[in-house]
Design a protein around this ligand. Structure first.
Ligand code: NDP
Length: 391
């Protein structure tokens, strides 16, 4: 049983060397004394920003730290191989809290959700049809009280959660702008005009000009079928992805903006009604200066703060008072009762093509540490998934 083990608590930036791979033997049977145990083969594992916070001792955290020397745990899509639980039988597909390993024995069976609808990619159950999807749904509809025609801004907008919030807001008739990006990646692509070898092989393109954006997007969207994209072409896709694939009204690369306040004033001359906060730091400060009266800020996360020891201060909170802004944090765990309602809404949207979902699938457990770290430098294009096995 190949496993990814978490070494020890990590201050500062998480590194690949903070995790290592081991292999051990495992009996593919639930032990007799393990009442209700379910033994699964992991197919897809989720990389989520909160996992980094389980790798340090964080005061007041809502989730327990991982145990050093044990496999990393997170959500996964898996196939049941053996079960002593009456609700799950061999051959069922489930998503649950599982381990970063080939096979897991799940004893906390209350975390298991059975997969009924298999007309969609199974990996969606750790993305749009799993925790990130419900996060986008609860964080937007429940926290923001959105109305048609409102001005919505989303940070980390191309990620697992952000891409969905933007599409929900568009379906409601809002004006939507997202931020994403990395200057290095876009400059490399635009200036050098290099097409990565696998893209040129597939599309016969020999320069950037020969490889239209729509092809790049298709290519990225179909990433799981091809070798990992060189980082070079990611960024131009990021921002274009927001407009051309997800249908946002506008998008910008925040790393190319010297002055975030000025950038937001350019995209929202009349101000922002709803900010879906994924990153924190100086983006939050700039947004606070651009909110409209009675605006709402849904504080989903602050990924810019997860790899630093001393969280950055926020300076413009005073704006909350004269503008009567409501700023509210939330945890998706408080909304799991909405899951059936959410699935009823989103499954038809997926099947009708009204909502699309972009995933970035890293192949193999050995690539899982790099995939997790990539969340903190924007290497992922869409929801970061690790494929352990496809059957
Ligand atoms: P993403 O798929 O969006 O991946 C993280 C992205 O964050 C990266 O791709 C990168 O994109 C961006 N990023 C990383 N570092 C920085 C930085 N220093 N400054 C600005 N942007 C940065 O992750 P998720 O969609 O899974 O999560 C988004 C947010 O939602 C996170 O804050 C997460 O903690 C939170 N969350 C909260 C939940 C809740 O219950 N409240 C549940 C699930 C998620 P880019 O190219 O744009 O830089």
């Amino acid at each position: 049983n190949k496993q990814v083990i978490f070494k020890d608590y990590v201050p500062g930036a998480l590194k690949e060397s903070d995790m290592y791979i081991t292999t051990s033997t495992i009996k593919l049977k639930v032990p007799e004394d393990c009442t209700n145990g379910v033994l699964v083969k992991n197919l897809y594992l989720s990389c989520d920003p909160y996992m980094r916070n389980r790798m340090r001792k964080l005061q007041g955290s809502y989730i327990a730290p991982l145990n050093p020397g044990s496999p990393i745990c997170g959500r996964g899509v898996a196939k049941v191989l053996d079960s002593r639980h009456p609700d799950y039988k061999k051959g069922d597909f489930i998503w649950a809290m599982t381990g970063w390993e080939e096979y897991s024995l799940i004893t906390a069976t209350e975390t298991i959700f059975k997969i009924h609808d298999k007309d969609v990619p199974l990996s969606y159950y750790i993305g749009i049809l799993g925790m990130p999807g419900l996060t986008a749904y609860a964080g937007f509809y429940e926290i923001c009280s959105p109305k048609k025609g409102e001005f919505v801004f989303i940070s980390a907008a191309s990620g697992a959660v952000g891409q969905l919030v933007g599409q929900f807001a568009k379906l409601l008739g809002c004006y939507v702008v997202g931020s994403a990006g990395s200057k290095d990646k876009s400059e490399f692509w635009v200036k050098e005009g290099i097409v990565c070898s696998s893209a040129s092989e597939r599309y016969g393109a020999s320069s950037a000009a020969d490889c239209p954006e729509s092809i790049l997007i298709t290519y990225v969207h179909g990433l799981h079928q091809f070798p990992r994209l060189p980082i070079a072409i990611s960024n131009i896709v990021y921002v274009d992805l927001l407009k051309n694939k997800f249908g946002f009204d506008d998008a910008f690369n925040y790393k190319e903006e010297m002055d975030l306040d000025a950038a937001l004033k350019r995209y929202f001359p009349d101000g922002i009604d709803i900010y879906f906060e994924n990153v924190g730091g100086n983006m939050l400060d700039a947004v606070l200066l651009n909110m409209r009266v009675r605006g709402r800020i849904s504080v989903c996360g602050m990924v810019s703060q997860y790899n630093i020891e001393q969280p950055e201060g926020v300076h413009n909170l005073m704006s909350l008072v004269p503008k009567r802004i409501r700023m509210e944090g939330f945890l998706v765990y408080d909304y799991f009762q909405l899951f059936p309602k959410y699935l009823d809404m989103v499954l038809p949207y997926i099947k009708q093509g009204k909502i699309v979902y972009v995933e970035d699938i890293a192949e193999g457990l050995e690539n899982a540490p790099a995939a997790l770290i990539g969340l903190f430098n924007g290497r992922n294009i869409g929801k970061q998934v690790v494929a352990v096995s496809r059957e």
